[in-house]
Design a binder for this molecule. Structure first.
Ligand SMILES: [Zn+2]
Length: 475
């Protein structure tokens, strides 16, 4: 459950502790990553040495190094510490040793009364393990795009202050409560109590959270993320199976039957019920953003040798806040739409990620005169941006529909990614050879159908999502 902290109600100690915990989390993550990177280098050096020792020529050594089986076999004879990658357990142990070492930069952990939870360290290392596992998963199945925006996953990168999303997590929320309702002590509807941080006021009403806990759910973890200028906290509850009511489609859902959902090119979402949901930021938002950006451009920025002016910092902060408000508005709207879809129908069809009627980006065109630089390839920056936003939206809609359909007893059908849903006529089934992204309206030359392109695609997705025996002979 995602809650937004009321920044005005934070005490100075809490604010300091939030910053300090985020800083610790980032430092530990980066230290762990650096340790693993160094281990990788060391292991490769050991393999090189070995390859050159047994090979008779440079080429043969290179062949050996490229041979995964040879590497695996050789590593069996490597020293113990090269065979096993440092993981969250061994790194956690090493961290504890470092805190006792007066020369280490983590020594403050041992001497200061800093209040940062030990869980912040273990979660940072756990996150690092997860990031590496995601990388290997992605490397093993390259055709499955596991990132939300559909791109393949890279090796974990260092977290930079200000540029990375600040976050940390605390576990074992109910450890002190000995089976009692951990938030019983606070009876107002807008507070949560987190170990170390104390009682925090949030914007949302925590009644639902409390009700789950009373019914037997156990609060597990709280993850804090800095968003814009404020903090959010998501609380994870472990809900025993017997507490969850079984979800069955309602009579209304069964009567409504199936719906096709298209993540539109020109609209946010198109439904086969002929409904278009628009998702562009409002004109007022664009106007305010442009005005602030123009203002910032006239002020003394960070590239100036004296550094940014106080005015520039303030303008930048206002831009961040404005964009954050817009993100929240959009996120709320997306939740509204997916909930309406999940509660309104029995079967919901959506296209598979990755393709979804999106044309591939033009390939980068390398500049033959200068290695590593690229010539313009006709891809407008704006088009690329729109595409990546649409892809992210797509992933988010699918994710929300996945869990919401299971809550509301609906069925989600992922439609084959190779079905030409946008080029096919939903009236007669004729397929067009080309349909440009700029064409907002689908016109069929065969049967004369004229329909918004996204609505046409949504209708096709609906027919593909229907069980074959009820396919109405459309396709
Ligand atoms: Zn037609």
């Amino acid at each position: 459950m995602l809650l937004h902290l009321d920044a005005a109600a934070l005490t100075d100690d809490q604010r300091l502790l939030l910053d300090r915990s985020a800083g610790t989390s980032r430092a530990v993550y980066n230290w762990g990553l650096a340790t693993i990177n160094a281990w990788n280098v060391q292991r490769y050096a050991w393999l090189c040495e070995r390859a050159y020792a047994v090979a008779r020529s440079e080429g043969e050594a290179q062949t050996l190094l490229g041979d995964m089986d040879w590497r695996r076999g050789s590593l069996l004879q490597a020293p113990e510490d090269l065979r096993r990658r440092p993981n969250r357990t061994s790194l956690g142990r090493r961290f504890t040793e470092l805190t006792r070492d007066p020369n280490s930069r983590f020594h403050w952990w041992h001497i200061e009364n800093h209040g940062v939870s030990r869980f912040v360290v273990s979660t940072a290392l756990r996150d690092l393990d997860a990031a590496i596992a995601r990388y290997w998963d992605g490397a093993r199945s390259p055709d499955r795009p596991p990132r939300k925006d559909g791109r393949p996953i890279g090796w974990p990168r260092f977290k930079k202050k200000h540029r990375s999303k600040d976050s940390f997590a605390i576990f074992n929320l109910s450890v002190t409560s000995r089976g009692d309702d951990p938030w019983k002590a606070i009876d107002q509807g807008h507070r949560v109590r987190i170990p170390n941080l104390g009682s925090l006021r949030v914007h949302e009403n925590t009644r639902r959270l409390r009700r789950w806990i009373q019914r037997g759910a156990i609060p597990k973890s709280a993850r804090f993320v800095r968003r814009g200028t404020g903090w959010t906290v998501s609380i994870v509850l472990e809900i025993p199976a017997e507490v969850i009511p079984a979800s069955v489609a309602t009579r209304r859902q069964r009567a409504a039957g199936a719906v096709g959902v298209d993540v539109g090119v020109h609209s946010l979402v198109a439904l086969s019920t002929d409904e278009l949901v628009v998702g562009q930021p409002s004109a007022a938002f664009n106007r305010r953003l442009r005005r602030l950006q123009r203002h910032a451009a006239r002020q003394r920025g960070p590239t100036h040798e004296q550094g940014p002016s106080a005015g520039w910092v303030e303008t930048t902060r206002r831009i961040v806040r404005l964009q954050h408000a817009d993100t929240l508005r959009r996120r709320g709207r997306l939740h509204e739409v997916t909930k309406r879809i999940a509660t309104g129908f029995e079967t919901i069809g959506i296209e598979d990620l990755a393709v979804a009627g999106m044309t591939a980006a033009p390939r980068p065109k390398p500049d033959p005169a200068r290695l590593g630089s690229f010539l313009p390839n006709g891809r407008r920056a704006k088009a690329g941006l729109n595409r990546s936003i649409r892809r992210a939206t797509f992933g988010e809609i699918r994710r929300q529909l996945e869990y919401k359909t299971s809550w509301y007893g609906a069925r989600l059908v992922i439609v084959d990614r190779f079905a030409p849903t946008s080029k096919t006529c939903s009236g007669c089934g004729a397929v067009k050879a080309t349909l440009r992204l700029s064409e907002r309206v689908y016109r069929c030359e065969q049967c004369g159908l004229v329909l918004d392109r996204d609505l046409n695609a949504a209708r096709n997705i609906r027919s593909l999502a229907l069980p074959v025996d009820r396919g109405c002979g459309r396709r």
